[in-house]
Design a protein around this ligand. Sequence first.
Ligand SMILES: Cc1ncc(COP(=O)(O)O)c(C=O)c1O
Length: 404
Amino acid sequence: MKNPIYLDYAATTPVEFKVAKKMMNYLTIDGIFGNPASRSHKFGWEAEEVIDIARNEISELIGSDSREIVFTSGATEANNLAIKGIAFFHRKKGNHIITSKTEHKSVLDACRYLESVGFSVTYLTPKNNGIIDLNDLKKNINKNTILVSIMHVNNETGIIQDITNISKICRSHDIFFHVDATQSVGKIAINLKNLFVDLMSFSAHKIYGPKGIGGLYVRRKPRVRLSALSHGGGHERGMRAGTLPVHQIVGMGESFKLARKKINDDFIHLTNLRNDLWNGIKNIEEVYLNSDLKQGAPHILNVSFNYIEGESLIMALKDLAISSGSACTSSSLEPSYVLRALGIKDELAHSSIRFSIGRFTTKEEIQHTVKSVHKSIHRLRALSPLWEMFKSGVDLNSIEWDHT
Ligand SMILES: Cc1ncc(COP(=O)(O)O)c(C=O)c1O
C-alpha cells in the first residue's frame, strides 16, 4: 500500500501507463513530432492525422461530432472561452448571464470579470440538497439573458445537476447553455446528442490523461458562435489560436478511449468503494454527509466531523492525501463557499473533508482509511475542549465568546 494513500482524484488523477507510453511516440525525432498546422509536408500531415483520431475518441465518449471539439489548456481555459466568448460575441443581444454560487472558481471568476466590464450576472443559490431549483432558474431569465452556465458534477460534493431539464429551459428561451463537465466526463455517461447543451468544458487530467490539455465542445447545429480569447494563426477554426500540443492531445484521446471502455466498471468500482468508506465512518458521532450517495457522482465523498477543524484533521491524517474544501481554494482559510451556499453552517463547513477515489483505489486502502479516520477523530476529540463541553451537555450556541 502506498503511503500516503492517494484519495484526491477529484484534484487530479495519475496518467494511465498506456497513455503515458503512447505519448512518448509523439515527441522525439523517431516519432511523430510535426506541427499539425504545417500543410506542406508529411510531418505536418501525420500530426494532423493523429489529432483527428484523438478528436474522434473524445467525441465518441461525449456523443459529439469531432468538428465540435476545440482544444484548450484545460477546463479553466475552456470555461473562460465559453463564458467570455459568448458574452463578447453576443453582447448586442443582451448582457445578462446566469450561473450558480457553487460553480468552480474558473466560472465564478470569469463571471466576476464580466461584471467589471459591464455585464450583469445572477448567481443562483441551490436548494439545501445542492440542486438548482428549475423554477428559480426560469424566474431569473429576462430579455437580456444570453447565457446560463451550470456545472454537471460539483467538484467538492459530487452533487449532480439536472442538465437535461436545464438544457430544455435554455433552448426554449433561446439562451446558450454552457456546462462545466470537468468532474463528470468519463465518470457518468453523457450523450450530447440527447441534450440541448451548446458548450461543454472538460479536462484530460481528471480522467487519467495528462495535465495541461482539455477542451470545449462548441455545438455546430444550431451553430454557436463565440469570440476568441487568443488571436493568431486561426487554429481551432479561429476559436483558439496556438500550436496544438500533439503529444498531450494524443494522451487525452487515449485516456478518453479508455474511459469509454471502462466507464461501467469504473462506476461500479467507485460506487462500491465510496459506499464502503461511508459505511465505515458513518457511525462516528457527529459526522455529517455533504454528498448524495444515491444521486451524486461515485468518486466524491464529502463529510463534516463536528467539533474538529478540517485542517487539523488533515494534519492528523498524514497517511491520507485528502483535501478540505477544493484543491484550488484550500490555501484560503475561509470555509468552503460551496458548502456555505448549501446552507451548511460555518463550523461544519470548516470541519469538512473531501475524499475522492479513483480507478486505482483499492478495498484495502479504503479499509485502512476507515481505521485511520476513527483513530484520528478519537484522538483529536479527546484533546478538544469544545467536544468535552458538547459531551457534558453544554449548548455551545448559548455561549458568548470573548473575542478581545
Ligand atoms: C469542476 C471543475 N471545473 C474546472 C476545473 C479546472 O480544470 P483544469 O485543471 O483542467 O483547469 C476543475 C479542476 O479542479 C474542476 O473540478
